[in-house]
Design a binder for this molecule. Structure first.
Ligand SMILES: [Zn+2]
Length: 171
């Protein structure tokens, strides 16, 4: 699948036109090369890591604010697999249960973010070099500690308001 963000054909330089594709709508197309260019963007996962009514927040890349564990999803990988892998890589915890909660497109990095809640086996964090520091907070505390006006905060608020303490929060 080729990049659909181009205006001109990357092969021959011809201006791309829009062509109807059955069940897909209008897709960018080069009539010289007879090739379609589908939309392309990054996909990442963002994890609310929980253990016994506490949630793990981290600080990263010299930032002063607490954020969620997150990482890019590799080509061919499911969001669930990526979440399990990233939690293990970044904070050394084993995910025993997970659930996709919400998704949102983040234009700054052309990334579709997929937010999951991940229950882990224990709270013994073994963080890697990408993590500056970490801390477990109660659900309520985490609400105040997480970076204001961030996508992490928006995802956490959704979790806090719609899942915590409710029956459907059982993951
Ligand atoms: Zn072309």
């Amino acid at each position: 699948m080729k990049n659909g963000n181009f205006t001109y054909c990357p092969n021959c330089g011809k201006k791309l036109e829009l062509k109807e594709v059955k069940d897909e709508g209008l897709i960018k197309y080069c009539s010289s090369c007879n090739e379609f260019f589908f939309p392309q963007f990054n996909v990442a996962c963002s994890m609310i890591v929980v253990y016994k009514e506490e949630t793990l927040l981290i600080k990263q890349y010299n930032g002063q604010d607490y954020i969620l564990v997150a990482g890019y999803i590799m080509q061919g990988e499911s969001a669930e697999k990526a979440a399990i892998r990233e939690v293990k890589e970044e904070v050394g915890l084993d995910v025993i249960n997970l659930r996709i909660l919400k998704t949102k497109y983040f234009s700054k990095s052309n990334t579709l973010m997929i937010n999951l809640c991940c229950e882990v086996k224990d709270n013994k964090v073994l963080s890697n070099y990408e993590v500056d520091s970490y801390k477990w907070f109660s659900y309520e505390e985490a609400l105040n500690k997480i970076k204001p006006n961030s996508l992490a905060k928006e995802f956490y608020l959704n979790y806090f308001n719609n899942y915590v303490g409710k029956e459907k929060c059982i993951i």
